[in-house]
Design a binder for this molecule. Structure first.
Ligand SMILES: Nc1ncnc2c1ncn2[C@@H]1O[C@H](COP(=O)(O)OP(=O)(O)OP(=O)(O)O)[C@@H](O)[C@H]1O
Ligand SMILES: [Mg+2]
Length: 260
């Protein structure tokens, strides 16, 4: 089957008169199968957010090309949902309205939308905050609203940039669990950027490790742990720890064991 997404020889340079040119991504080759859950891990500044912006068509690569369903991405394509590293909520819209934007984008009939919003609010533990504005929410709550909007949109390809970075450890686990449940039901393609190796292993089918700037793909590791997974319990298995340790070593560029 043709891949959902195909990134071919993609490089990216930013340039400005004042700061000169910076090479951010260097000849990235990567494909994503339909329904695959891919995690990307790499040091700060290695171009992970840039790569997601290129995939989403918000920016164009300096070299190479990106194909979505075989078509070259030249502008933001429909069916691609982006959860940004910094939340991009509408400040003048309430929690419920921000989530509902996703339904509107997806063309969900107006009469179905209130029930769907209510279900998402429950799912995300935002009950009682429906009428709050983003400024009156914590960072973690704003992230959950962003996730709600993404789920309301229901894209074919989910681009998630450290979606759970602002959450406490417990909520992060719960949200990961929930994302896994939703993904298992719908099997959409996901590109999930995180700094958390355990999170990457628990959720994904494959983890890509990027080098520091300019970002290159250092390693790809298939995560052949059984599914469906319990995001919490799986972390206690020996297989999980072996894969996570391997990824740590790759990330740190070391051959010997990383002592805990
Ligand atoms: N619009 C821009 N103009 C100029 N340089 C940029 C721009 N966006 C990003 N960069 C540069 O590109 C490099 C990669 O940034 P990017 O945000 O993709 O990294 P990242 O891997 O997502 O980092 P983090 O883990 O900290 O989120 C950085 O050096 C950054 O300064
Ligand atoms: Mg980033």
């Amino acid at each position: 089957m043709a891949p959902k997404l195909s990134i071919e020889q993609v490089s990216m340079e930013y340039g400005s008169k004042r700061l000169g040119r910076t090479k951010v991504l260097d000849t990235i080759d990567l494909t994503l199968a339909d329904g695959e859950f891919l995690a990307i891990v790499g040091p700060s500044g290695s171009g992970k957010s840039t790569l997601l912006k290129l995939i989403s068509g918000l920016e164009r690569p300096t070299a190479g090309r990106i194909l979505l369903d075989g078509e070259s991405v030249t502008a933001p394509p429909p069916g691609v949902g982006f959860m940004f590293q910094r939340d991009a909520l509408l400040p003048w819209a309430t929690v419920a309205e921000n989530i509902d934007v996703g339904h509107e984008l997806a063309g969900i009939p107006r009469e179905e939308r209130p029930d769907r919003v209510a279900a998402l609010i429950r799912l995300l533990g935002l009950g009682g905050f429906e009428r709050h504005y983003p400024a009156a929410l914590s960072g973690g709550m704003r992230q959950r609203v962003s996730l709600g909007r993404l789920l309301a949109y229901g894209p074919q390809l989910y681009l998630m940039d450290e979606p759970f970075g602002a959450l406490d450890a417990q909520t992060k686990l719960l949200m990961g669990q929930e994302l896994l449940r939703i993904w298992t039901t719908h099997r959409k393609s996901v590109v999930f950027v995180t700094h958390d190796i355990d999170e990457a292993v628990a959720l994904s089918d494959r983890v890509v490790i990027m080098s520091s700037r300019p970002g290159r793909i250092k390693t790809e590791v298939a995560i052949d742990l059984p599914r469906p997974r319990d995001a919490r319990r799986i972390r206690r298995t020996a297989e999980f720890r072996d894969i996570a340790d391997l990824l740590w070593r790759e990330l740190m560029g070391e051959d010997e064991e990383v002592s805990a």
